[in-house]
Design a protein. Structure first.
Length: 148
């Protein structure tokens, strides 16, 4: 559930009551939103970018954290913080799969998730890439499987 509406935290609270539901918060921009999302029941956090305060807060909280990155510097900063998984965002405007492959080659320990809004057929072969091993967005996890 993205934190782009005033009702988002209430929705997370209600969704978290569903047995077996793994609810996350997206568009988390700062440590205060991180705390509010966790208090509401979010079990993982997605952010459009990586800032030091948010990254450190997520790591200290021990919650799975998927920050958006689009440059080598962003990814290296995350790796230096101890993160290993990133959302390639904004994927299409950052060069799509060719850009992701170029970044993943020297930063081979990083793993990437393409955002749900990326057009699967935008490139020949879609988004098939060993470094891109997950998708973000509602409906991206098959029924009966966990993303954690």
């Amino acid at each position: 559930m993205t934190l782009r509406t005033p009702a988002a935290l209430d929705v997370i609270r209600e969704m978290a009551k569903v047995e077996g539901a793994v609810v996350g918060a997206g568009t988390v921009l700062n440590p205060a939103q991180l705390d509010a999302a966790m208090e509401a029941g979010a079990r993982f956090i997605v952010s459009p970018g990586l800032t030091e305060p948010l990254g450190k807060a997520a790591i200290a909280a021990g919650i799975p954290f998927l920050p958006g990155t689009a440059t080598a510097g962003d990814i290296m900063r995350g790796l230096d913080m101890g993160l290993s998984h990133f959302k390639f965002f904004p994927a299409e405007t950052s060069g799509g799969l060719p850009a992701l492959k170029a970044l993943a080659a020297p930063l081979h320990t990083a793993r990437f998730c393409r955002p749900a809004g990326s057009r699967r057929k935008a490139r020949p072969g879609g988004w098939r890439n060993p470094s891109s091993n997950a998708w973000a967005g509602a409906g991206s996890c098959p029924r009966g499987q966990s993303i954690l």
